[in-house]
Design a protein around this ligand. Structure first.
Ligand SMILES: [Zn+2]
Length: 54
């Protein structure tokens, strides 16, 4: 589970867009460019090189 307050301060490092948490897939998804960032042990990994393009 990812902390809601943490989610609010996170931004996509690629486009600086807002992100949302995909609970079912445990991914952080950028609302703007659609990059999907992994979540490891509840910690979002906000690295472009770790992200998947959708
Ligand atoms: Zn983005």
């Amino acid at each position: 589970m990812v902390d809601k307050e943490l989610l609010e301060i996170l931004a996509c490092p690629d486009c600086k867009g807002e992100v949302e948490y995909d609970e079912a897939n445990e991914k952080i998804i950028c609302c703007k460019c659609g990059l999907k960032y992994p979540v490891r042990d509840g910690i979002p990994v906000m690295l472009v090189e770790e992200a998947e393009r959708s």
